[in-house]
Design a protein around this ligand. Sequence first.
Ligand SMILES: [Mn+2]
Length: 432
Amino acid sequence: MKIVTTHKGTDFDALASLVAACVIYPGIIPVLPGSINPNLKAFISIHKDIFDFYSSKEVELNEVKTLVVVDTNSWNRLDNMESLKNRKDLEIILWDHHTNGNIEADQVNYEIIGANTSLMVKEIAKQKKIITPIQASLFLMGIYEDTGNMTFPSTTAEDARAVAYLLERKADLHILSTFLRNAYGTKQKNILFEMLKNAEKQEIRGFAISISSISITGHVPNLAMVVQMYREIINADAAFGIFIDTEKNRAMVIGRSSVDEVNIGAVMQAMGGGGHPGAGSSLLKSTDPDVIKEMLERIIKGNQQTSVILRDIMSYPVVKVNENTPVDEVALILRKVGCTGLPVVNDNDRIVGVISRRDFRKIRKASQMQSPVKAFMSRNVISIDHDKNAIEAAKLMIKNDIGRIPVIQDDKIIGIVTRSDVMLYFYDLLPD
Ligand SMILES: [Mn+2]
C-alpha cells in the first residue's frame, strides 16, 4: 500500500501538494492530518466527494510499503506516523521546499521555491497528466497562499510558470478569494478607514446595501478583502467598493454579499465582470463614482429574481432504502446509482437515518454484510426545508461535516442536495 501525507496544521500548499501527489501516483491513499487550518476545513467540507481523504486511523500503517511526504521534511510535523519512523523496509519519497528536516528519504524532490505545490505542478506538467479545473483551482490556492499572492521574496519564476499552467487549465480565480485568507497591511487599513469614515447604508429591496467610492493610486492588492471587512463592520447585507484609479482612467468595482437574494455574480455580470453569489468584481472604463453608483443601484433594484432555492438545484428523484435492507444490497444499490450515500426510511416512509460509503468503513467482518443497514447508518439526520437556498445548505454541510442533505416538503423527502449540487452553484456552472 502507498500513502501520502503532509504536515499538521495543514494549509493550502500542503493540501494542494497532497492532491497533486494523488495525480502523480495513481491509486495512492491520501492521509490528511487531524489538525487543519479553518479556511481549509470549509474548502474540504464542500469538496469532500471529489477529494476522498483518509485519517491516519483509517489506514493499516503496517501494510504501508511506500510513504510519500509532501510540504514537510520533519517526522514531528506528521500526524500519528511514529510507527513508520524506524521501518527498514519502507520506501520514503519526499517532495518539499523547506531547508531543514529529519526525514531520510530514498528519493528527494527538493527545490528552493515559493510553494511546494509549484514543484509538484512542474512534475504534473512534465508527465502531461490531466487535471480538472477544481484541482487546478486548489493548486493555485496552494501557490498563492505560500507566496502571498506572488509577493513574498521567496517567490520564483518557477512558481509563476506553475500559475500560468494552472490558469491555462481553467483554475477559477473567484473561488480563491472565498477560501484564502489574504494579507492585511497598512495600505488596506488606510483604505478601510477611509471607507468607514464616509460609510452610508441604504435599503434596496428590503436589504441593507452600502456603496462606497474611494480614489486609489497605484496597485493596491487585496481590495476584495477590504470590501469584505467593510461589509462585516458596517453590518450591511451587501457592500460595494468603487475604487477609482484616475491615473489609469478606470474603476474597479468589488462586491460582497451575505444574502443569497443579492447575487453579486449576477450584478457584476451585468457590469461586464463576473463572480459568484457571494463575491465578484468588474473593471470599468468610467471614473465617475456617481455614475457607477447609480448603475449599481439600478442593477440591484432590477435584479429581483436572482435567488436560487434548493428546489432548483437539488437532485431527484430520491433513491432511498428501508432500514431493514441488508448492507450488501445497499452496497449494490449505491454502486448502481453511483452516489456516495442514501437516506434510510422506516416502514412509514419517514426518514430515520443516512447511509454513506464512509459508513461502510465501519464494517470489519464479511458476516456483517447481511446485517440490516440500520446497524451502520448514521441516525443523526440533518434535513433542510425546500425553500431554503444554496448558501444555507452549504453552511449546514460545513457545520455538520456532511455531504448530502435530504430536502423536505410537508414531512416528505422530495430531493437531496449534495456537495456537488452546491459546488456547481458556487462555481457558476448552472445553466442560465
Ligand atoms: Mn509550503
